[in-house]
Design a protein around this ligand. Sequence first.
Ligand SMILES: *[C@@H]1O[C@H](CO)[C@@H](O)[C@H](O)[C@H]1NC(C)=O
Ligand SMILES: *[C@@H]1O[C@H](CO)[C@@H](O)[C@H](O)[C@H]1NC(C)=O
Ligand SMILES: *[C@@H]1O[C@H](CO)[C@@H](O)[C@H](O)[C@H]1NC(C)=O
Ligand SMILES: *[C@@H]1O[C@H](CO)[C@@H](O)[C@H](O)[C@H]1NC(C)=O
Length: 502
Amino acid sequence: MTSAAALWCLSLLVGQVVSSPLNQQQRPFLPSISSTDQIADTTVQNNNEVILDLLRRYAPVFKLSELEAFFPSSIEYMFPHYNFTESPSGEIRPTNHSIITRSHLDELPSNGGGLYLSINESHNPQPFLDEESEYLFGPYGLNDTMPDDRRGRVEEEVYGFGVDQGNGVIDLWYWTFYPFNFGKPVGPFGILGNHVADWEHLRMRTINGTPISADYTTHTGGRFSAGTYRWQDIEKIDGRPVAYVAAGSHGVGKLFKLVDITDDEGPLWDTKDHVVPAIYWDNSQNRRKLFHHGDLSWLNYRGKWGNKGENDCWWHRIVGYCQVVDAPWGPNRNFGLPPECILAPLTTKFSTYRFKFASNVLDWAKNHNIELVKIEQICVRPKTNPDDPDDPDDPDDPDDPEDPDGLDAELYDDDMEGMVEIQNVKSIIGFRGTEKHTVTMDSCKGRRFAVRAYKLSLCLLNGRCISTSNERKICTYEQQKRGHSFGSAVDLNDIDDWRWDY
Ligand SMILES: *[C@@H]1O[C@H](CO)[C@@H](O)[C@H](O)[C@H]1NC(C)=O
Ligand SMILES: *[C@@H]1O[C@H](CO)[C@@H](O)[C@H](O)[C@H]1NC(C)=O
Ligand SMILES: *[C@@H]1O[C@H](CO)[C@@H](O)[C@H](O)[C@H]1NC(C)=O
Ligand SMILES: *[C@@H]1O[C@H](CO)[C@@H](O)[C@H](O)[C@H]1NC(C)=O
């Protein structure tokens, strides 16, 4: 995003229009421009090679469920089946199949913006697919010469995106494609949420080439199977991450089931030597998304990867969707985001937060006479019922564990949103421009309150804060323990510069 656009976003956030145009003299925080284009080019080139290598090196292993029926495929597998495109207004056009290819997909009008690449076959299994549509099971699903004696193997490609975040941080995103997403049974309504084409991802973060964490995105299982995990906490094969894929919806989780790590011996999808790697943006400073050429041109396609959903069912007004829903967008977007949550070890007594601002925020702050930064530590605890005799928060309950380890971690689950009490601990420090800010503040107060997120505000000398960030979720852990733990104070070192405009 250009800095003018960024400023516009920022001004929207604070509800006022930036009045005077930027004075170049007043922008001390801008990074210095590199000396010659020639040098910059080779540096970028080398850096990109490093990123592409990382993408190949950490090719994940997906463990599919034994219950899976809808298997992954390459994008190419689906191309011949897209027989028409539909616009949001319902205009239908047959596709020219010499355009529906990896290297020409972006030649659709407006790079396909607003279009739905659509199949002509029925795609609403309730619960079974029509015979004409069975290609939606994917190549593996159609293969009837499967081994009985050993675990099946899926050999499809995975689409890797490398994102240089600066300071040695490279994020690796691995996107998987499936011809079809099988929805979930919802009582009398049948199976809801079916859609043509499914894109799901697993993401990893590396620092100077060493993996430090991975993000899982399964749609079920809450904080136990989704979120950001330390590299040491996750299952690996050959030094590469393993993810469990939920049957039907294909969300990738760390754990297949909530409690025990269960491997149900479904097919293995090892993506080693099957990564199609791409670079996401030009560099960590400019953050301008690349335009791709040749076999990667399909990444410029801006439309949806399957049919438009239905909205004519009678329960649409109640549940918000029908049996068939809109197909998803493609993968090539939003990779600038920080991980799902910031990993931070728990401490006792005090919390420490270290963070930096990105140059666009610094520019804005400079123009608005920002002198102070307010840090809010967001603490939550499960809402409890005072009349409940089993209430674990009852101070008179002798069985109530004092140790935060004894807390029922599930109670802090995101799915419980609205059922937690929130209380913030605040601190104000001086604004230090480009420097890393460090603040030490009180731990969460009150029994069972645990750190869940933090946010920042930019404030004037008189203490009035004129712009506030979103919350950044925090996943806390104990050094000597696997997985996440909950507690009232953290030692957080945020490596993603704060910018308001992701
Ligand atoms: C869709 O297009 C492919 C390739 O042109 C063709 O083989 C197939 O018959 C078409 N299907 C329908 C239903 O039009
Ligand atoms: C299909 O696209 C190709 C390549 O752009 C073009 O040469 C051809 O004329 C198109 N065919 C039709 C029927 O529009
Ligand atoms: C879909 O297929 C049917 C039967 O083959 C055909 O009559 C119809 O025109 C096709 N529709 C589209 C949009 O291609
Ligand atoms: C079907 O599975 C067998 C055994 O795993 C494999 O050798 C063969 O290549 C597969 N065929 C296709 C078309 O995927």
